[in-house]
Design a protein. Structure first.
Length: 99
């Protein structure tokens, strides 16, 4: 299983939902979320197996947590809720695949 196959949908949905729930305005919060999303996109394109897959999935979860913190600090409750809903399945996937 590749990193992109294991997590592309979950992460893309989390980041897209988190960002799409944000008001249409350009500010520092948007810049930070866009940078996190860009890094997540780079990670999901990796073809990883074994330990590298687990490490990549861990990094993706970390980016999701960072996006949640930014959304929370920027008073974007919808973004926080959407990201929260996506973190748990991703963490469960890590528990199942990375022992």
């Amino acid at each position: 299983m590749t990193l992109s196959a294991a997590s592309t949908f979950v992460l893309a949905a989390a980041m897209a939902l988190g960002i799409s729930a944000l008001p249409a305005r350009a500010d520092t919060c948007d810049d930070i979320l866009a940078a996190l999303s860009k890094r997540a996109d780079e990670l999901t394109k990796m073809d990883a197996k074994g330990g590298a897959l687990c490490a990549g999935m861990g990094q993706l979860v970390g980016l999701m947590h960072a996006g949640r913190i930014v959304a929370e600090q920027c008073s974007r409750a919808d973004g926080v809720k959407n990201i929260d809903e996506m973190i748990k399945p991703m963490e469960e996937g890590i528990k199942d695949q990375c022992k």
